[in-house]
Design a protein around this ligand. Structure first.
Ligand code: HEM
Length: 484
């Protein structure tokens, strides 16, 4: 057959492809313009893949994955649907929906079990446990986040921050997130398992990093994939934790039971094993080693990245708001003078830092480090006047709520003093709400205040994109001897 005789066939094929594409686009446009009765507005996108491509494009664009949600919220309003990875997702952004879904008094919503995430953090992790199992685990862990633990964390975190900052003067430029990830990782490991050995910390941090990367990767377990690397790293993390638990038990049995000086979460979890006076209800909440290991890994992941990102955003906002910075320098240097006889901050010192606490809250509102909270719908129901089907995913869009002018006046203005007054009900969602509220919220807020205090009372700096240039010591700046 020569090329000329192929021509009509090619033209015919092209026409068919164009017709098929026109049909698909027509369906998509109709879909976008009008919602079927009662179903939230939005687009199904292409057959099977839905709007996954557009979502992935957002993820890889400079604007980040939230742009996908933001642009649709502007187009469709506070309730819209989309289709991602073969599933229907609905996004909601009113405080009423946040209350209904996150408080879940109706019992109609649950956190979705994702097999690939469970393979990485473990199916006994708080993040993956069934609703019933989650309740048991949470009631056990909530006791660990006591005022005493927060006080200990404040002291240890302050020590870590002071130590880290002492080296910044000679570095000139600091890539904030990288350094802050190291500090928060060390803080989590100290709090959870008293791990301080630099070499062991280094290899654990590398492996936890692989696990985190795999959580965002396509779940294909083949030797060259990111997912596989994460699964292998999880194995090594579990081995390391198993050894730590074994050593701890040996230490405990070779000493007198109460003669152990580890003040960490692991010690408290293992203490139930040895406490013969524990009531039967305490024993019923005794955790297995798998539960302990999965949740130590979960807490490292939950606490490290979030806190480091929140701190990085906070420094960015400080750099952009010199008025706020100057108020803080004045207030915090005053507090630093009063506490100059103490080497490290204590929890009580933070209660005086009221403006700094508002600064932290405002940074968390503006940054929305966890931008939306996904839940699975267990029963057909109605939200914001639309029909929501069982099996759909519903996402509370916290970032939209944080930036809604009906909820916060001038929401794009950075203004810590807005928290002089109580925020509207269900409007501050940085740590979630309801039965899944962040367990580490008080700790995270305390860590942010500690870092803020030390950073601004140590250096004068200049913010660059993701970096800071250290200009001089704050004393030199205050005494006008700072050479810029
Ligand atoms: C600024 C830092 C932090 C932010 C913004 C943050 C935010 C959140 C949010 C929004 C949730 C709930 C997600 C949902 O409802 O789907 C959550 C859960 C959680 N967070 Fe945090 N978090 C931070 C720091 C920490 C720290 C320091 C820890 C300590 C280990 C921690 C431990 C946890 C745990 C264990 C959960 C799961 C709770 C559960 O499912 O019952 N977080 N966090």
């Amino acid at each position: 057959m020569d090329y000329l005789s192929l021509c009509p066939l090619v033209v015919l094929l092209l026409c068919l492809v164009i017709l098929a594409l026109r049909k698909i686009f027509k369906i998509m446009i109709q879909d976008q313009e009008k919602s079927t009765a009662g179903i939230p507005p939005g687009s199904h996108g292409f057959p099977v893949i839905g709007e996954t491509l557009q979502f992935m494009l957002s993820v890889n664009s400079g604007k980040g994955f939230y742009e996908f949600v933001r642009s649709r919220r502007i187009r469709y309003g506070s309730c819209f649907r989309t289709s991602l990875f073969g599933e229907t997702h609905v996004f909601l952004s009113t405080t009423e929906s946040a209350r209904a879904v996150l408080n879940n008094e109706s019992g109609m919503f649950t956190k979705r079990y994702i097999k690939s995430i469970a393979a990485l953090v473990g199916d006994r992790s708080l993040l993956c446990a069934s609703q019933h199992h989650h309740k048991i685990l949470r009631s056990r862990f909530i006791n660990l986040f006591s005022k005493k633990s927060t006080a200990l964390m404040v002291r240890h975190f302050d020590e870590l921050v002071v130590d880290a900052l002492s080296g910044w003067e000679h570095r000139g430029t600091v890539v904030l997130l990288t350094d802050l990830l190291q500090i928060t990782f060390k803080a989590m490991c100290k709090m959870l398992i008293s791990l301080e050995n630099e070499e062991e910390l280094g290899s654990l941090q590398r492996d936890v990093g692989f696990v985190c990367e795999a959580m965002l990767a396509f779940p294909l377990n083949l030797p060259w994939t990111r997912f596989h690397k994460g699964i292998m790293a999880r194995g090594r993390v579990m081995d390391a934790l198993e050894k730590i638990i074994r050593d701890r038990r040996n230490e405990t049995s070779s000493h007198n039971n109460n003669n152990n000086n580890h003040e960490d979460f692991l010690q408290q979890l293992l203490a139930v094993d040895n406490d013969s006076s524990a009531s039967s209800s305490d024993h019923s909440t005794k955790l297995t080693d798998s539960e302990i290991k999965d949740n130590i890994l979960t807490m490292i992941i939950a606490g490290q990245d979030t806190t480091a990102s929140a701190l990085t955003w906070m420094v960015k906002y400080l750099g952009e708001n010199p008025k706020v910075l100057n108020i803080l320098i004045e207030k915090q240097t005053q507090i630093a003078k009063q506490a100059s006889d103490k080497p490290f901050l204590e929890l009580d010192d933070l209660t005086e830092m009221t403006y700094a606490s508002k600064m932290v809250k405002e940074s968390l509102r503006m940054a929305s480090v966890v931008p939306w909270f996904p839940r699975l719908v267990l029963q057909d129901c109605e939200m914001e006047g639309y029909k929501i089907n069982k099996g759909w995913n519903i996402n509370i869009d916290a970032r939209s709520i944080h930036l809604d002018p009906n909820v916060y006046s001038e929401p794009h203005k950075f203004n810590p003093s807005r928290f002089d007054e109580e925020a509207k009900a269900n409007s501050f969602l940085a740590f979630g709400m309801g039965g899944r509220t962040c367990l580490g919220l008080n700790m995270a807020k305390a860590m942010m205040v500690v870092f803020l205090h030390r950073f601004i009372t140590t250096y004068r700096w200049r913010s660059k994109h993701r970096e800071v240039d250290i200009i001089c010591k704050i004393e030199e700046w205050i005494s006008d001897s700072c050479v810029t």
